[in-house]
Structures are given as structure tokens and as C-alpha cells.
Ligand binder design. Structure first.
Ligand code: ZN
Length: 261
């Protein structure tokens, strides 16, 4: 088993709000992969005295611990318990009902000798590569399916769609959101490698169209996660007329993990 991970902030002066970790047990057969993309709040009140990195470190740490130590829990149950535990850590000091309370996208994968389990919530990407090189993307595309114009501004998005029925869901303070995640499992023999990307890294495919998901896994294997991020940064710098980025951030926090089982 070989695991590679790279992360880079979108702006050097701003803390990286992505969070990623992997864990492997001594037996060598199993492991856990966690990748979060913390949602940057708009300037002003978010009801919380903590930072996004504080939130992602709490949530991510709990996801690693519970998914590795509590094999009796499903990944949905692990996410719900981790959201609850993180909320309890600041329930007394912060307004957790605020629509912009700290929140994150989630990719969670766990494997052992028999199977690979996965969970994806919001717009980070998990890629499962089969023994023949076929890549199956696991995507929660609720954000992409919202009608055009419904995301006209951040305020409108918050009011109409963020963690609301018919909209899209992130891991914030409500454990029930865990049931909205895309989940599944694959026989271990059917997975040669897993890759996880935050949207700052999946831009290589989704924004710039440099290659499909199979090509993205190929690039991760050949040049490593840092190689993929370096290519994204180069494409972003070259897009001076915003033909690809349009109104999006020039650079976003970018994290990529490749686990070759
Ligand atoms: Zn707080």
C-alpha cells in the first residue's frame, strides 16, 4: 500500500481551509482516508468565535478516529457522530443555528480485506480505480443540479439552498445531514486505487477540461498529487481572460490524495 498527499492554500496569506488525513493499521490490509474542504464564510458574522481550520481539524480528527476504531459503525453513523461531537465542542459559545456556522464538504473512505466503503457529501470528489484501470467517480452533484440563477449571490444561496431541502448539504452542526451523503461499497478486489480531490484540485478536470477522471488518476500516479496541483496553478495563471474560471476564485485551496491499495 502506498499513499501520497499534497495540499496548497489558494492564497499564501490566508489559512488553508482544506483538511486531509489517512490512517493505516499495522495489519497492512485496511485503511481510512478523510478529505474535507472547509467553506469560507463571507466577511462578517458567522455566529462562531472559532476559525474554519479549528472546525475542520475537529471534524476531520473525529472522522479518522471513529472510522478506524469503530468498525461496527457505518460511515454515515461515523459522520453523524463526528458532526455531533464537533458541535458539542462549541455549542455553549456559538450560534450553531447560523446558516454560515463553520461547515465542510466530506470525502470519507474505509477499506479492509473484503471491501471498500465510501461516503461523499457536497462537491469534493472521490475516484475509485478498478483493476483494469477503469475509474468510477463518486460525486454528490446537488450543487450542480440547482437551477441556473439560483446561486446569483452568496446571500441568495444561503437563504434558499444551503443545507435546505431541494438545495445542497454540507457537514455543519446538524448530524441528520449525514443521511444525505452519497454512500456505497465495492469489493476490495474491485479497487486498485482511490483518489480524493477538493474542488481546488478537481478543477483540472471540471473547470479546465484537461482530461477526464481516468486521466486525472493517471496524472496522480505519474506525477503525484503535487504534480496535479502544480498543473492546476499553471492553468489558473494562464487563464488571464477568465475563459475557464469565469467568476470563480483565481486560486482555491487545493488538496489531492492518492491511495494505491
Ligand atoms: Zn464556534
Amino acid at each position: 500500500m502506498r499513499i501520497q498527499l499534497a495540499t496548497e492554500p489558494g492564497r499564501p496569506e490566508h489559512p488553508n481551509e482544506d483538511w486531509a488525513s489517512t490512517a493505516v493499521p499495522a495489519s497492512g490490509l485496511g485503511g481510512v482516508l478523510v478529505l474535507l474542504d472547509g467553506v469560507t464564510p463571507p466577511p462578517g458574522d458567522d455566529g462562531c468565535v472559532h476559525s474554519v481550520p479549528w472546525f475542520t481539524a475537529r471534524l476531520g480528527g473525529s472522522l479518522v478516529e471513529l472510522s478506524a476504531s469503530r468498525r461496527d459503525l457505518t460511515l454515515t453513523e461515523v459522520l453523524a457522530a463526528s458532526i455531533r461531537r464537533t458541535a458539542d465542542a462549541h455549542r455553549s459559545s456559538c450560534d450553531l443555528s447560523h446558516v454560515r456556522t463553520p461547515q465542510a464538504t466530506v470525502v470519507l473512505a474505509r477499506w479492509d480485506a473484503e471491501r471498500v466503503e465510501h461516503l461523499v457529501l457536497s462537491d469534493s470528489v472521490l475516484l475509485l480505480e478498478g483493476p483494469d484501470g477503469t475509474v468510477c467517480p463518486v460525486l454528490d452533484d446537488r450543487l450542480d443540479r440547482l437551477p441556473p440563477g439560483s446561486l446569483a449571490s452568496e446571500a441568495v444561496t444561503d437563504a434558499r439552498a444551503r443545507n435546505k431541502e431541494g438545495g445542497f448539504f454540507t457537514a455543519a452542526a446538524d448530524p441528520d445531514v449525514a443521511s444525505r451523503a452519497v454512500t456505497g461499497e465495492t469489493p476490495r478486489a474491485g479497487v486498485r486505487a482511490l483518489a480524493a480531490l477538493t474542488d481546488g484540485a478537481s478543477r483540472w478536470t471540471e473547470t479546465f477540461g484537461e482530461g477526464d477522471w481516468t486521466a486525472a488518476v493517471g496524472l496522480l500516479r505519474e506525477e503525484g498529487p503535487q504534480g496535479l496541483i502544480d498543473r492546476v496553478r499553471k492553468l489558473e495563471r494562464a487563464d488571464t481572460d477568465r475563459a475557464f474560471l469565469r467568476r470563480g476564485k483565481r486560486h482555491d485551496d487545493a488538496t489531492a490524495v492518492l491511495a494505491e491499495l
